[in-house]
Design a protein around this ligand. Structure first.
Ligand SMILES: Nc1ncnc2c1ncn2[C@@H]1O[C@H](COP(=O)(O)OP(=O)(O)O)[C@@H](O)[C@H]1O
Ligand SMILES: [Mg+2]
Length: 334
């Protein structure tokens, strides 16, 4: 197949510029030229390669993308790092939230192209909603989908442990965002995210909110910054303005319960389940609790040497999750 010299020049140029997205676009042009010239085999293999590289893509980044094994020095006790494999297909999310998250991924995958045109990808995200509905999992999925490391800051620990020097620690974390590109999750943000005028506010927390907001506003790193909170209603409005996107999480609806159960129990091939009974029993439970109930039901089946889970087992596992003794004992899901 004759590839035009222009395409080859563009390909090499985008490689030299480290513009992965343009590189892929030109590669697809080459595939199209091959198809046109009758070489379907080459065309489809190039397309498959582009597809694979897109899926496993580290977002195209410059020297800042050095993968790190673990935070060093003063950051070590503040940040935990991991490389999650979580993907959004593993999650049950409302379409509206999914659309917001897809746009964040898309803009970060094409960050260099956007920046070349003077645009910044959206990368400051607030996740709000009740416990167990997927906020931490969403942060893991954003890391999993972009191939970036996930760096988790336990906000609560930051404040209580470093009373008085939290501002300096926060600075260090924001500096790390520039030197190490990653997905930074400020989890359990509630402690500082609640209204700055609330009467129970301690002075330290108020100072931290202010410096967090300033740092967030002036941050020009290429990292994705995520804050997660259980208390959307009480959040300071000033916070909302600092984020590019706010994703609201809620308890699963009947259709969501069905998908959660189907996903979790796929291996047990429940052929026919009474979905109305299951969704009635699941009312008020979080995604995490529904998933755990499925696991309880599946364990009972395994130990009873059966091969499929029946509606009754799932319903009773769901009901058990609602009993006060289970609620008191259950481990925290956040
Ligand atoms: N939207 C969801 N889709 C699928 N599984 C979920 C979802 N939300 C929660 N889970 C399950 O519950 C667990 C805990 O959820 P998590 O993300 O920690 O909740 P949160 O951070 O909102 O408290 C997850 O690891 C997953 O197994
Ligand atoms: Mg959480």
């Amino acid at each position: 197949m004759a590839t035009s010299p222009e395409l080859i020049r563009l390909l090499v140029d985008s490689f030299a510029e480290r513009d992965d997205e343009r590189f892929r676009t030109v590669a697809l042009d080459i595939a199209a030229a091959a198809a046109k010239a009758g070489d379907q085999k080459l065309a489809s293999s190039v397309r498959a390669m582009v597809d694979r590289s897109r899926r496993s893509a580290l977002p195209s980044v410059g020297p800042k993308a050095v993968p790190i094994s673990r935070p060093a020095g003063e950051l070590a006790p503040l940040l935990t790092i991991s490389y999650p494999k979580t993907r959004f297909v593993d999650m049950v999310l409302p379409n509206q939230s999914k659309a917001i998250l897809d746009r964040i991924l898309e803009e970060n995958r094409s960050a260099n192209t956007l920046r070349a045109h003077g645009f910044e990808p959206r990368r400051r995200v607030l996740l709000a909603g009740p416990p167990g509905c997927g906020k931490t999992m969403t942060a893991r999925a954003i890391a999993g989908e972009t191939g970036l490391p996930l760096l988790v800051v336990q906000f609560h620990a930051l404040i209580t442990k470093y009373m008085g020097e939290t501002g300096a620690k926060l600075h260090a974390i924001f500096e790390s965002m520039s030197s190490t590109r990653g997905v930074y999750l400020f989890d359990e943000f509630d402690v500082v995210g609640t209204s700055r005028s609330a009467s129970n506010d301690v002075g330290e927390a108020r100072r931290v909110v202010n410096s967090f907001l300033q740092l967030l506003e002036h941050d020009d790193s290429e990292s994705i910054v995520i804050a997660a909170t259980n208390m959307a209603g009480k959040l300071d409005v000033a916070l909302f303005r600092r984020f590019d996107d706010i994703v609201q999480f809620g308890k699963p609806r009947a259709a969501d319960v069905r998908r959660l159960v189907e996903n979790r129990l796929a291996a047990f091939a429940p052929l026919r389940l009474r979905w109305t009974d299951i969704s009635t029993a699941a009312k008020g439970l979080s995604h995490a609790e529904v998933v755990k109930a499925c696991e309880d039901a599946a364990k009972a089946v395994v130990l009873g040497h059966k091969s499929v889970v029946a509606t009754a087992q799932i319903v009773s596992a769901l009901m058990a999750r609602k009993r006060p003794s289970v609620r008191a004992n259950r481990s925290r899901t956040t």
